[in-house]
Design a protein around this ligand. Structure first.
Ligand code: CO8
Length: 258
């Protein structure tokens, strides 16, 4: 998988995607987002891949949408091209788990991209922000909605209205990230987490993803009902029998994704 703006490696059932536009702190332009959508689709279709890690550099996960690319566009150009809408939608269609490993800046579209992943592990130097207000605009790929669900209204308003950055400690305290690790440990820790996810039943991991995401999209009652139905449905899988037998027989399960 050869790309201009990404480096993709696959090892032990885990794919690592590195955003690679160092000259622009991994700013998200059409080329990068198009390549990312393509890579995710291919990895989702690749039976050897069971979990995906998305990362940037030590300085920047991504410093936002590419301001140079956007600055001269008109409303009609943005609207008719559905600027970044289809790329964002295609990221969300990925059924395999995606872990964001964030070091340095995750700003604007970069913060939004991290939040579209399934969970975020960040390095101690991470800085999250939605500074679009400084450019006279607003977040455009879900920031006002997702950050609010992650950290609550008051902190989300603060971030969006002042454009201030949130450091790793605050991000963990606020529930935006699941873990904070030293910079050098970021990718190894994310890959280790991905290998752990990859060792589970792929059917069950897809179901977990659907269930947790449903919590953001429906009422509690409907979400709990959905969970109950898919919990029951998993009893139609061999992996459920294997997982429970392995526990009772005090051995490691051998999941076969069936
Ligand atoms: N776009 C384009 N280029 C960028 C971006 C960006 N978002 N961020 C950094 N760069 C470039 C700089 O222009 C610079 O390039 P050059 O060397 O050619 O001048 C290079 O990266 C290095 O950047 P700095 O010299 O500025 O590095 P610093 O360490 O001094 O500062 C910062 C780092 C604080 C990250 C600073 O670069 C910055 O503030 N960047 C902009 C952050 C920002 O405003 N992000 C939000 C962008 S808007 C957005 O994301 C909207 C999302 C929704 C769009 C979806 C559409 C539907």
């Amino acid at each position: 998988m050869a790309y201009q703006t990404l480096i993709v490696e696959i090892e032990d059932s885990v794919a690592l995607i590195r955003l690679n536009r160092p000259e622009a702190l991994n700013a998200l332009n059409s080329e990068l987002l198009g390549e990312l959508a393509d890579a995710l689709k291919q990895l989702d279709d690749n039976d050897k891949v069971r979990c995906i890690v998305l990362t940037g550099s030590e300085k920047a996960f991504a410093a936002g949408a590419d301001i140079k690319e956007m600055s001269e566009k008109s409303f009609v150009e943005m609207y008719t091209s559905d600027f970044f809408g289809s790329e964002a939608d295609s990221l969300l269609r990925t059924r395999k788990p995606i872990i964001a490993a964030v070091a340095g800046y995750a700003l604007g579209g970069g913060c939004e991209l991290a939040m579209m992943c399934d969970f975020i592990i960040c390095a101690e130097n991470a800085k999250f922000g939605q500074p679009e207000i400084n450019l006279g605009v607003v977040a455009g790929i879900g920031g006002t909605q997702r950050l609010t669900r992650f950290v609550g209204k008051s902190k989300s308003m603060d971030m969006h209205l002042t454009g201030r950055f949130m450091d790793a400690t605050e991000a963990e305290r606020s529930g935006l990230v699941s873990r904070v690790v030293p910079v050098a440990q970021l990718v190894p820790e994310a890959l280790a987490a991905a290998r752990k996810v990859a060792s589970k039943s792929a059917v069950a991991t897809m179901v977990v993803k659907e269930c947790v995401n449903r919590a953001y999209e429906t009422t509690l009652r409907e979400g709990v009902l959905f969970e109950r139905r898919v919990f029951h449905a998993l009893f139609a899988t061999e992996d459920q029998k294997e997982g429970m037998s392995a526990f009772l027989e005090k051995r490691e399960p051998q999941f076969r994704d069936k």
